[in-house]
Design a protein. Structure first.
Length: 187
């Protein structure tokens, strides 16, 4: 593992810890953290290009700066629909974009995958603990039925909406997803 990769892992850990803390205490992720994380990600990857990049003709993912740019765009492209229907908050998407700009496309794709798996498990456990599993799924199926019947998407305001009172915070799941991704990629 190169020195810039170690530095990126350390910065990623700091960003995730700050984000989880902010989300759990304040219920939101601030723009300053996301903007600083994105800027740091692009700066580190630009430095990596200057110091370590391969020659001309290398694939795009071999260029850390291009990989960071693609990693920055992927979360927005994949997750905007979930934001639109209020199933995911804007701060969560900004955090994924920051992870992508710092760690690259492959890392952010794996993080999204494992974060949703962890988030599903956390939401399941929360629904069981709050004894709202049946009513929550009834709300979800009703929402899906209405969307299909009308042929369009509506804002989701059910219990598992990102803006619902007592909703499961997603940043711990993002932290878990990033940790699993780092383990799989760097070990």
């Amino acid at each position: 593992m190169r020195i810039h990769e170690c530095l990126k892992i350390i910065i990623l850990a700091a960003i995730l810890i700050i984000s989880v803390w902010s989300d759990l205490l304040k219920g939101r992720l601030g723009n300053p953290v996301a903007v600083a994380a994105v800027a740091t990600g692009f700066a580190l990857n630009a430095a990596a290009v200057a110091l370590f990049a391969g020659g001309a003709g290398a694939p795009w993912f071999a260029n850390p700066l291009l990989d960071a740019f693609v990693g920055f765009l992927i979360p927005f492209a994949l997750l905007f629909l979930l934001f639109y229907i209020r199933a995911l908050g804007a701060g969560d998407i900004k955090l994924f974009m920051a992870i992508g700009s710092l760690m690259g496309a492959r890392f952010v794709l794996l993080t999204i995958l494992y974060a949703f798996a962890a988030g599903g498990a956390l939401a399941f456990l929360a629904a069981i603990a709050k004894r709202t599993f049946v009513s929550g799924f009834r709300d979800l199926w009703t929402y899906l039925y209405i969307c299909v019947a009308h042929g369009k998407l509506f804002k989701y305001n059910g219990e598992f909406s990102a803006r619902a009172a007592g909703a499961v915070r997603f940043t711990p799941a993002i932290l878990i997803g990033a940790a699993v991704s780092a383990y799989l990629i760097y070990t």
